[in-house]
Design a protein around this ligand. Structure first.
Ligand code: ZN
Length: 275
């Protein structure tokens, strides 16, 4: 599943191709992904200029302007979606469900499992969109600080790792990144969030940013003229200390890495280094 770093790299790659371009139309080959695609999408989009590409959580947001009138195309990659820039001459494959036609280029959505999403929001203020309104803070934004984490975790008995993966609190920290960031910060994933002190919150925020930044850098260097995610693990090749390393020695102290279940997800950690 594409996670925040993958979507961010995708956004950066697409921005280079699409910013300032004029949409000439859209092709919907399969009218329903996770939800039905909006009707008359081609008519709504044709003639609009793509003025910027943003990301909120794992949503890609294309600002589509027609003079002073702004609308937004929302794309979510779901479980298995990928986007790439291709030429109109390239025949669509079986899972190529949506094309955004931008002059001599096509932005093509491939989605074998069809959990992706394409939506149109014909208003200026994208933050009001029902899918975005309840999302938590962006972990790469200035709002994500140790002081903020300290404040939101007070009186919370939820294990810190479970809280980090709650999109109403903070968006886009996938399972692997949560595990690796907690290892770096030397904090046990099982510790009740409310028991983290100020310094631990600072350490954790720093570790989360570093983990995500490294993944984005790894992805950015692996992607050249088109944008995708690898369709396999959904994760870039990041160096892992604990994730998926059950029973192997902790790189810091040599204690075997432990695997547990938390909120239905696997968690990997060193019970010796992480307290
Ligand atoms: Zn250790």
């Amino acid at each position: 599943m594409p996670e925040l770093p993958e979507v961010e790299v995708c956004r950066q790659g697409l921005a280079a191709h699409l910013t300032g371009a004029t949409i000439t139309g859209a092709v919907v080959r399969f009218p329903r992904l996770r939800e039905p695609l909006p009707e008359n999408l081609s008519e709504r989009l044709a003639g609009r200029h793509i003025t910027k590409l943003l990301r909120r959580g794992k949503y890609l947001l294309l600002a589509c302007d027609a003079g002073p009138d702004r609308g937004w195309l929302l794309i979510h990659l779901g479980m298995s979606g990928s986007l790439r820039i291709t030429a109109p001459s390239e025949s669509p494959g079986k899972h190529d469900h949506f094309d955004l036609v931008v002059g001599e280029k096509i932005l093509r959505l491939t989605d074998p499992r069809r959990f992706g999403l394409v939506d149109w929001f014909g208003a200026t203020d994208i933050e009001r969109h029902r899918r975005l309104a309840d999302l938590g803070v962006e972990p790469l934004s200035a709002a994500f600080t140790g002081a903020w984490l300290y404040a939101v975790t007070r009186q919370r008995a939820t294990p810190i790792k479970t809280l980090l993966m709650d999109a109403h609190v903070v968006v886009g920290i996938g399972n692997i990144y949560a595990a690796e960031a907690l290892f770096r910060a030397a904090i046990s994933p099982t510790r009740p969030a409310g028991r983290l002190g100020r310094q631990a919150c600072e350490r954790l925020v720093t570790a989360i940013r570093a983990t995500l930044d490294e993944a984005i850098a790894a992805g950015g260097s692996s992607i050249r003229d088109y944008v995708h995610h690898d369709g396999g693990s959904g994760y870039f090749q990041v160096t892992v200390a604990v994730y998926g390393r059950t029973g192997l020695p902790c790189p810091r102290c040599g204690t075997p890495v432990r695997q547990i279940r938390q909120a239905g997800r696997s968690t990997f950690y060193c019970a010796d280094c992480q307290r």
